[in-house]
Design a protein around this ligand. Sequence first.
Ligand code: FAD
Ligand code: GLY
Length: 365
Amino acid sequence: MIKQYDALIVGGGVIGCSIAYQMSKRGKKVHLIEKDRLAGKASQAAAGMLGVQTELKGNGPLYHLAKESRDMYPSLARDLKEISGMDIEYVENGMIKLARTEEEAQELVETASIASRGEQIRWLSPNTLFSYEPHLSKDVAGGLYIPKDGNVSAPKLTQALGSASKMQGAEISEYTDVYDFMKERNKITGVRTSKGDFYADETIVAGGAWSRFLLDRLEMKFKSFPVKGVCFSVKVPGKTVERTIFTEGCYIVPKAGGRLLIGATEHPHTFDETITIGGLMSLMHLATSILPELVDAKWEKAWAGIRPQTEQGVPFMGRSEEWKGLSIATGHYRNGILLAPITGVLMADLIEGKESHPLLSYVRR
Ligand code: FAD
Ligand code: GLY
């Protein structure tokens, strides 16, 4: 029996799940296919920061998309709870971007005036900073306080998007490898998988850092590369920091249940998810220099993930010009959790033939 869908989505990370959620919400017959388990790759590893002001430089189109996406979180968290019963642990706990030297402080004060458009960002002098976060090292030169940049549990978000998609009628196949496309002249008509062939009007590749291997089957020169990141988590008995502390090379994210998540390294051009002592040591060194009490924290675990990056440094979300019925959504690099809600909406709009978002051309190229 031929299995025909409105859309096939390849990849069960946060991007594929967000697209499945938006499309199934609009009544589309969607089938999401994941070769491992949902949220098994980068979306499992992510710290879940919604860092519009910390992660993105300048205030170009990507900044505005990210801001729009972050601002979708309060209602998305409510909707996902209602539909799937799952709590994505969304908190608007704010972030502090630390300056460790006077030079860094000067730079941050300058960027604050550019990046703060429409945002309430405040520069905290060292004294004010310590009144906000008394456990921070006294060796810092102040920080930029961004009240609206919160965080979520990235794995729970991805699971909840998948689960809500199912409740809305989507089918999800885990442990199913998509290894090729089916074609009729210049149109993609479906995919070949380890569990059989599936047909659809639209196929969306959301395979994270592995997308290019699948696109190679179509001889598309999709230029992307992996960037490995290592994180670890600890448990602290009392209060340490309330807000996310972000600095060059290291961040400390307070999570539910007294956990602190500390990340992350950057190793480009590798798919090897091994955790090395060297990577952990550099993170621990930076983290304890910011928050000295961490030396007494109880070790929990360490993990690695592979971020999908494009050569242009901007995510790609759009339809293929060479192949009808094929779309791609990947390359979200350090910001896939932040950008997932808007990506779901933009991709669902595109598939419906609406190209109304003014910033869409920026991520299509
Ligand atoms: P993935 O989550 O990798 O999902 C892709 C999926 O596609 C995988 O499950 C894979 O198995 C599947 N797949 C691939 N090929 C096939 C195939 N042929 N057939 C079937 N399935 C296939 N972002 C933030 O916004 N905030 C953060 O704080 C943050 N912290 C991070 C910390 C670390 C350490 C890392 C590594 C990343 C972090 N990110 C963060 C980035 C974020 O995790 C990624 O941008 C995002 O998860 C990418 O989602 P994705 O769905 O594109 O990829
Ligand atoms: N956005 C945090 C990271 O990618 O490490």
